[in-house]
Design a protein. Sequence first.
Length: 127
Amino acid sequence: MIAALLSLALGIWALAAPGVLESESLLRVSEHVAGPVVVGISLASASPVLRRMRIVNLVPAACLLVVGFITFRAAGAAVNAIVVAALLGTLAGVSRQTEGHYGGGWRSVAPLRRSITRAERQGSHGG
């Protein structure tokens, strides 16, 4: 949960950083695209059911990392993008303990579905 909240804070910072650090255009665009993606993924991965979705944050982290190295002449903003990307990548790898068992929903519904279809077949032959 803490890793998801830290990722959420990094996504919000990625949205604010271009205005604060006066990023150049390519870096500004990538931060404005990566920021909301990170925020959405982080909010979703805060839920125990979607906790594995945190891995998807590697995509915007890779984008920020590549653009950070491309625009490295704008030292402050580029270094910020590289640091944010490294932190996002690290936080994406942090797993947390499971509190319950999630998944397998269709497998648990399948026996019910079989008994319903069996009952329908028995009812149609009896009439």
